[in-house]
Design a protein around this ligand. Structure first.
Ligand code: AMP
Length: 213
């Protein structure tokens, strides 16, 4: 099974991806995680992406497509994949369609997560992420804190507030989302496999997903 997850930053794409991964055995592919790993390793892509990411702007489409063309051809995608944070522009969506044809794959479900801005802002400013880019565990100081403050439960590395999760950067990311990514709903909404969800919990959303596949 292959999935696309659409939704603003903080809408819960990563959380539902984890549930889908466990249930369907599909692999989560987060372009944000791939880019953060590239930044922390100091690769050419990382150097290029870093300033866009810190500002809360999108990394150029060519860079993202370069990453995804290779990533979707890797062997682990055979068991299914969950695209988390990609596509994020109309150009990426159109190029993804071409890429899927080339590699002979289809998308089974496109899920759009709708969450009010006030809730997104609250979730993102209280979010903490494991600094180990091989772990990437996500916590929330209010709703899902680490057992020991500032230390990842899973791997013991420090948890951090991402540079792009300050209030100013988040407001900019939301603006970018409404300008560039929200129009993807129009692009996909007539597809038979489009699910527009206003579920208020991960469990409710997961039930909606199970009912559709
Ligand atoms: P995320 O963790 O998905 O919120 O992504 C963090 C940041 O990585 C975004 O604010 C963008 O700067 C960049 N990014 C992630 N995915 C994409 C994408 N598909 N297109 C462009 N930029 C992206």
């Amino acid at each position: 099974m292959n999935f696309i997850l659409l939704g603003a930053p903080g809408s819960g794409k990563g959380t539902i991806a984890g549930r889908i991964e466990k249930h369907f055995g599909a692999i989560q592919i987060s372009t944000g995680d791939i880019l953060r790993a590239a930044v922390s390793k100091g690769t050419e892509i990382g150097k290029l992406a870093e300033e866009y990411m810190t500002r809360g702007d999108l990394v150029p489409d060519d860079v993202i497509m370069g990453i995804m063309k290779d990533r979707l051809r890797e062997d682990d995608c055979e068991k299914g994949f969950i695209l988390d944070g990609f596509p994020r522009t109309l150009v990426q969506a159109e190029k993804l369609d071409v890429l899927l044809k080339e590699i002979n794959k289809d998308i089974n479900l496109i899920v759009n997560l709708n969450v009010p801005d006030s809730e997104l802002l609250k979730r993102l400013t209280s979010r903490r992420t494991c600094s180990n880019t091989d772990c990437n565990a996500i916590y929330n100081v209010i709703s899902n804190p680490t057992k020991v403050e500032g230390i990842c439960d899973k791997c013991g590395a420090k948890t951090i507030q991402r540079d792009d999760e300050t209030e100013t950067a988040i407001k900019h990311r939301l603006k970018t989302y409404y300008e560039k990514t929200a129009p993807l709903v129009e692009y996909y909404k007539n597809s038979e496999c489009f699910l527009d969800s206003v579920a208020v919990s991960t469990d409710a959303l997961f039930d909606e997903i199970l009912n559709r596949v």
